[in-house]
Design a protein around this ligand. Structure first.
Ligand code: NDP
Length: 476
């Protein structure tokens, strides 16, 4: 019996995804560049072996799949994907679907679509989130490509996806690069979410002098409230874990230099390309960059020392409550920005991205999964074309309820010299967004002064240059 689907790349993600596919009753053919990995994978597949066809050549692999053949390519992103696609192509027939499930830059996905345009083969760019565990038991899956291609894989992908109250966390989001673009923004939001949690942790640790385990308890409590989410849950678990060697809190022994693989950076680049302010996400990426400059930071601390921690509010419990609300407010800012970037890209690339669906398929399976995303789903379902999440009635109310706390927390952090760049960016974003009369009138005047750019007048008077005198001509 032929396989329903094929998968190339039995690394961490590919092998887990394959077991998931097999476990859900789908027959799957698998292939890996290095055949030893295929043998190892098959040897450890246990009862699922009967659903798996291990293949050591591309020829037998392709022959093992029912046409039109959907083939998931789950390998190292970048050039390897192009190489693998070219090696695979000679064996494929019209209608076969190559599915890149790695963390591709959506620009590469667009290019691959173009490349295959007249070949008779089709392509899907598919974002998969949830890490190893998600791949094995239910990831969130963001699909971009032709709708007909999606129809061919819909059943398999629905069977393996995460479920939120029974609702599958997979959807076709639009043509060509839509899926990988949405995955990129997912990761940008993930960076902001993680950074904000780390900033709050820093305030609790260095501002309030709490131990890792105590902070873990606070996060546990928050996980039962409005901040209920995977990232808060794992942060609590991590904070309470002890090092088996020394018995000390594990987190206290970890070097404070964060790694990154590039999707956060891409989300910032694309936000800039779209002309959308995604300041909290930018701050999160910059935060990781600064974190990695550990030796420079150590040298700078020797020069400057650290500011004294500001006087704490007398009511510690109330301040911890403020921290919870500040995190919620900051999170709203980051998600609003991420969705705004997607809205702009949707218009630019004519994807017609379904915002309520995106929020819906992020509710389970992926790293940013949370109760909060269910609230975003409701808000966008009621108002799918709203300009910004924060002006939907539900989120406007949430911002009104929490922005005071965010203000107090960012103030305390600033006075104490505790870095909180993502939270502060979210606050400034909100303050700029909600203020009808800003200060760019001065920027327009400056631009007119040195560049004769002209400006609009608030009184409608038709006068487009300032009385700057000789400056204008001289510096233009
Ligand atoms: P691994 O490092 O575990 O596996 C890499 C796989 O790529 C191996 O099967 C390897 O084959 C194959 N490979 C590398 N280069 C080539 C090549 N030139 N031609 C053919 N095959 C090649 O990676 P992951 O499973 O962690 O990641 C796979 C993809 O999934 C990446 O795009 C990653 O960004 C993405 N991803 C990862 C997540 C994670 O949590 N790890 C989460 C979501 C997405 P060989 O055995 O022959 O070396």
């Amino acid at each position: 019996e032929q396989a329903e689907i094929g998968l190339i790349g039995l690394g961490v993600m590919g092998s887990n995804l394959s077991l998931n596919i097999a476990e859900k009753g789908n027959r799957i053919a698998v292939f890996n560049r290095t055949p030893e990995a295929t043998r190892q994978f098959y040897a450890h597949a246990g009862d699922l072996q009967k659903q798996i066809i291990p293949c050591e050549t591309l020829e037998e692999f392709v022959a093992a799949i029912r046409p039109p053949r959907p083939i998931i390519i789950m390998i190292k992103a970048g050039d390897p994907v192009d190489q693998q696609m070219e090696l695979l192509r000679p064996y494929l027939s019209a209608g076969d679907i190559m599915i890149d499930a790695g963390n591709a830059n959506f620009r590469d996905t667009m290019r691959r679509f173009d490349h295959l345009k007249d070949s008779g083969l089709t392509f899907i760019g598919m974002g998969v989130s949830g890490g190893e565990e998600g791949a094995r038991h239910g990831p969130s899956i963001m699909v971009g490509g032709k709708e007909e291609s999606w129809k061919r894989v819909e059943n398999v992908l629905t069977s393996i996806s995460a479920k939120f109250n029974g609702d599958p966390c997979v959807a076709w989001l639009g043509e060509n690069g839509a899926g990988h673009f949405v995955k990129t923004i997912h990761n940008g939001i993930e960076y902001a979410d993680m950074q904000m949690i780390a900033e709050i942790y820093g305030i609790l640790r260095d501002g309030l002098g709490m131990s890792a385990a105590e902070i873990g308890e606070v996060f546990d409590k928050w996980n039962n409230g409005r901040l209920n989410s995977y990232l808060i849950e794992i942060s609590a678990t991590v904070l309470k874990a002890a090092d088996p060697i020394s018995g000390k809190p594990m987190v206290d022994l970890i070097v404070d230099a964060a790694g990154q693989k590039g999707t956060g950076k891409w989300s910032v680049i694309e936000a800039q390309n779209m002309g959308v302010a995604a300041t909290a996400i930018e701050a999160a990426v910059a935060g990781r960059i600064l974190s990695s400059q550990k030796s420079e930071r150590e040298a700078a601390e020797k020069i400057f020392g650290l500011p004294k921690i500001a006087d704490l509010p007398s009511d510690k419990a109330a301040f911890i409550n403020d921290l919870e609300n500040a995190l919620l407010a900051g999170k709203i800012g980051a998600y609003a920005q991420g969705f705004a970037v997607m809205a702009a890209a949707s218009a630019e690339y004519k994807w017609n991205l379904p915002m309520p669906t995106i929020a819906r398929i992020w509710r389970a399976g992926c790293i940013i999964r949370s109760q909060f995303l269910d609230e975003i789903t409701s808000a966008f379902t009621k108002d799918p074309d709203v300009a910004n999440l924060i002006v939907t009635p539900a989120f406007a109310q949430m911002v009104k309820d929490t922005d005071g706390a965010l203000r107090r927390v960012v103030s305390f952090a600033a006075l104490s010299g505790l870095p909180a760049p993502a939270l502060a960016s979210a606050l400034s974003y909100f303050d700029a967004y909600r203020r009808a009369r800003g200060t760019a009138n001065l920027i327009q005047a400056q631009r007119d002064f040195f560049g004769a750019h002209g400006f609009d007048r608030i009184d409608g008077v038709d006068k487009h240059h300032g009385p700057w005198g000789s400056g204008l001509g001289e510096f233009a």
